[in-house]
Structures are given as structure tokens and as C-alpha cells.
Design a binder for this molecule. Structure first.
Ligand SMILES: [Ca+2]
Ligand SMILES: [Ca+2]
Length: 235
């Protein structure tokens, strides 16, 4: 009787593991990004994504500034001058962290950012092209697990060295998905009249990884192995 029950439990565990692995294979829109929890509730989904390639953590809400907690637009909808965006992110506190910043457009080796399409070395270029798998000028929107990723310009923290008078072209701003300039990185005046959106990112990882479906499946497989080994010993 005991062995029979054990076998039923084992069959159920193997079935569950298989189901979970099949589900995980279809749910992989982001390359390399790892889900992170910031609000202590893993059931409501991740609030951040860690990118081990750059060792940075993105807020999953790509326009947290422009939305109320209920998700409706707030004031200017998150559009602002570069100066206002820099001030906002400096004061942002989410998940117990106060070191959020705008993404850098600098190349990974610290050299000056490129202009145009396929600038994959900056942080937003890495996110847009590599992690989310977008192509330049593509009309297909791949946003992975991010929400409120707006179809317009996003500020980076990077100033243009020889910006000339009036602080013109002070920042680099990749244009995500908008106006045929999807994946385009360029420079604009810090007080560009239309404003631009702001994503928040921080250096390093956060403390609370969200268990991936694969991890759960592997745990179940490991448990199954232990039970099988125990059963063999009993027999
Ligand atoms: Ca959560
Ligand atoms: Ca701060």
C-alpha cells in the first residue's frame, strides 16, 4: 500500500514537472534577463529585470513616472525635459533602493555613444536589440515582460560632449518604436519641446529573485529522484 501511494505521488510529480517544462519553453520572450521581485509579492509578477550581461537592474514599468498605481496617465504622462527626468530619477525610491538612474548611452567600454541604428553597446541598445530581440525599424513590438514601454523617445543620462550653445543636443535618446525610428539613438536638446520618457535602472542586482518555472521543475525532478532512491532502498 505504501509503495503504491509512493508510485502515485511520483507519477504526479513527473507529470507536473513535464507540464512546467513545456510551459517554460514557450514563455521566453527575453534573452538573458532575470525576473526580480521588489514588493515582496511574487504572485503579482516581477517589478524588475536583472541583466547579468551588464550587471544592471531595470524597473519592469518602463513609464513608472507617467502612471498612477492604477495604471492611468498622470500629468504629462511621463514626458519631460532631460533635466526634470534626471531630477525625478535621482529622487526615485522603489523596492527599498534609492540609487535608480537613467540608462547610459555610453558604449560598454566607456567610449562615446554611437548615433543611428543598431547601437547595441549602450544600455538601452542592449535592452532593445539583445534582450528584447527587436530589429531596427521593425514595426513588431517586442516588449518582453516590461509594461508601459511607450512608443516615443526615452532619455538616457548621457550628455553630448560638444553640445554647443544653449545646452542643445545635451543628451542621447534612443527612440523606441516611434515614427520609423525604432531602435534609433540620437541626440536632442535637453529641453526638447515634446519631452521624452524615462526608464529607471540601477547598477547591480536586487535581493529577491523570482523562482523561474524551470527552477520549480528542476526542484520537482530533484525531489522525484530522492523519492525514487528512497523507494529503491525500501525494495
Ligand atoms: Ca512582485
Ligand atoms: Ca537617489
Amino acid at each position: 500500500m505504501h509503495s503504491f501511494m509512493t508510485l502515485k505521488v511520483l507519477n504526479a510529480l513527473v507529470f507536473l514537472s513535464t507540464l512546467t517544462l513545456v510551459g517554460a519553453a514557450h514563455a521566453g520572450p527575453m534573452v538573458g534577463l532575470q525576473a526580480r521581485d521588489l514588493d515582496g509579492n511574487v504572485d503579482n509578477g516581477p517589478e524588475a529585470f536583472y541583466d547579468p550581461a551588464l550587471n544592471i537592474t531595470w524597473l519592469a514599468d518602463a513609464n513608472v513616472r507617467g502612471r498612477t498605481p492604477e495604471g492611468t496617465y498622470n500629468g504629462m504622462g511621463g514626458l519631460s525635459s532631460w533635466y526634470s527626468a534626471m531630477e525625478w530619477v535621482a529622487n526615485l525610491q522603489v523596492g527599498g533602493f534609492d540609487d535608480w538612474r537613467l540608462p547610459s548611452a555610453l558604449n560598454r567600454d566607456g567610449s562615446a555613444p554611437c548615433t543611428g541604428f543598431s547601437c547595441t553597446s549602450g544600455e538601452m541598445g542592449q535592452l532593445y536589440y539583445v534582450s528584447l530581440g527587436n530589429a531596427f525599424q521593425s514595426t513588431e513590438r517586442k516588449v518582453g515582460g516590461f509594461v508601459h514601454l511607450e512608443t516615443y523617445l526615452y532619455w538616457t543620462s548621457t550628455s553630448v560632449p560638444d553640445s554647443g550653445a544653449y545646452d542643445r543636443k545635451r543628451v542621447f535618446s534612443p527612440n523606441l518604436y516611434g515614427n520609423g525610428y525604432n531602435g534609433h539613438q540620437d541626440s536632442y536638446p535637453g529641453f526638447i519641446s515634446t519631452g521624452a520618457y524615462a526608464m529607471a535602472v540601477r547598477d547591480g542586482d536586487v535581493a529577491s529573485p523570482v523562482p523561474e518555472p524551470q527552477t520549480l521543475a528542476l526542484t520537482l525532478i530533484g525531489l522525484t529522484g530522492v523519492l525514487l532512491a528512497r523507494r529503491r532502498r525500501v525494495l
